[in-house]
Design a binder for this molecule. Structure first.
Ligand code: ARG
Length: 462
């Protein structure tokens, strides 16, 4: 029996070949097979408990599904476009194996609630996997933060040297971002983990189904409470892709920094050779391909978010075939995230830090000018006046081609009589770091405390 014959009674002619190809989803939704089977087994057990299916039918369905799963795992199952999608392929294979019991499985169910259930079962597993990968990347960044808590680098605003920061502190900024990504994934998973099954096509079913039973068997935390909403809701897919986009944006920002830092103009870091490639023409090149690709791939994930938002906009209730278009963006988003997070954690473990170059860059940029201004305020000068004094001192040092800390005391005192010998303690990058010793500040002591807090949090999440 072909696809056309599945609903053949209604039609005068078979579905056109082109239409079959256009409307079929088996090429990509076959990926949902294990979750489709999981859902069917729970549905069958519930039907049996409700007295709709016999115990013999249930036993046959279980046996048949176990064989189908084994066939899929062994690559023995040949998917057929004639059967349109994964749901009908599996049901037909089951019926071929066990006869009428297979035909009874679809009682009280529709592919509309079935597919919504499959996607949610699949996505909740993937979100769990993504969360552990996020945490593994956080852990790689924590290693760097702890090892380089004392390393001074220029912090930038407007991409101009602003104030000294600890390299560890900079890494911890990304640990924070990833922490929010992890939270968003966890939160999104709660709404993914609600069961549409039982809504049938759109209005529910006349059979005495027990949705609580199916939900419990499948480990759902909640049940979609309105059958129309259950089959048409794809908010969870949009939410997930939005969370994924933010995650990719964070990694894209870090990538941009790694690329800049690795260029000889900065020379702040090196990325292990195994994550770089050369040029076919320029023998000297070592290119940061991995961060560049991550930056590029963030665009495709954001594109999937746009695609899904547009897919849902103006769709009338309840199920429409449009929704079949939710799968490829979701699959590609998950694949991109998983691959990116994996390679990123490895790559960060292959980053070498060059503290001397970072420190030299701090000294080139008058990064301790604010420290000098704060110093004068502590000696009694109003901040606006001290800002002006320091601006003049910077202009002078710039003209001489030296750092503020290179100016002799007598010269500094020419700008303000409040300046004393102790000024040199605040003019060093290290003094500047250590002075910012408060919650959220860049002092190495704070960096170590934050890293320890995150370590504990990650251990608790394990
Ligand atoms: N392949 C379909 C999808 O992915 C399954 C649901 C089809 N339902 C329907 N009424 N045609 O959405």
């Amino acid at each position: 029996m072909t696809q056309a014959e599945t609903w053949s009674g209604r039609f005068n002619e078979p579905v056109a070949e082109l239409v079959k190809q256009y409307t079929g989803s088996i090429d990509f939704d076959c990926r949902l097979a294990p979750w489709d089977i999981q859902g069917s087994l729970a549905h069958a057990q519930m039907l049996c408990e409700a007295g709709v299916l016999s115990a013999d039918d249930l036993a046959a369905i279980r046996q048949g599904m176990a064989e189908i799963l084994a066939d899929i795992e062994a690559g023995r199952l040949e998917w057929s476009l004639d059967l349109e999608d994964v749901h009908m392929n599996i049901e037909r294979r089951l019926t071929d194996k066990i006869g009428d019991a297979g035909k009874r499985l679809h009682t009280g169910r529709s592919r509309n609630d079935q597919v919504a259930t499959d996607i949610r079962l699949w996505l909740r597993d993937e979100i769990s996997r993504i969360r552990s990968l996020i945490q593994a990347l956080q852990s790689a960044l924590l290693d760097l933060a702890e090892a380089h808590a004392e390393v001074v680098m220029p912090g930038f605003t407007h991409l101009q040297v602003a104030q000294p920061v600890s390299f560890g502190h900079h890494m911890l900024a990304y640990v924070e971002m990833l922490g929010r990504d992890d939270e968003r994934m966890a939160d999104c998973r709660r709404r993914v983990n609600r069961m549409p099954l039982g809504a049938a096509a759109l209005a529910g079913t006349t059979f005495p189904i027990q949705r609580e039973t199916t939900a419990r068997l499948l480990g759902f935390e909640g049940i979609c409470q309105n059958s129309l909403d259950a089959v048409s809701d794809r908010d969870f897919a949009i939410e997930f892709t939005a969370a994924a986009s933010l995650l990719m944006i964070h990694l894209s920002r870090l990538s941009e920094e790694l690329i800049l830092w690795m260029s000889p103009r900065f020379g702040f870091i090196d990325i292990a050779d195994r994550f770089c490639t050369g040029s076919s023409i320029m023998p000297q090149k070592k290119n940061p391909d991995v961060p560049e690709l991550v930056r590029g791939k963030s665009g495709r994930v954001i594109g999937h978010l746009m695609g899904l938002i547009t897919l849902m906009k103006s769709q009338p209730l309840a199920y429409n075939k449009d929704n079949q278009e939710d799968k490829e963006p979701l699959f590609d988003t998950v694949d991109t995230l998983v691959d990116t997070l994996r390679i990123y954690a490895d790559m960060m473990r292959g980053v070498t830090v060059k503290p001397d170059n970072m420190r030299a860059a701090v000294l080139q940029g008058f990064a301790t000018a604010t420290d000098l201004a704060d110093y004068l305020v502590k000696k009694g000068l109003p901040f606006r006046d001290s800002h002006e004094v320091v601006a003049l001192a910077v202009r002078h040092a710039d003209g001489q081609g030296v750092d503020l800390s290179d100016l002799p005391l007598a010269v500094l005192q020419g700008f303000s009589g409040l300046i004393g010998e102790d000024v040199y303690q605040v003019l060093t990058p290290e003094g500047s770091l250590n002075a910012r010793n408060h919650l959220g500040g860049t002092a190495p002591e704070q960096v170590r405390a934050q890293a320890a807090r995150w370590r504990k949090a990650l251990q608790a999440a394990d």
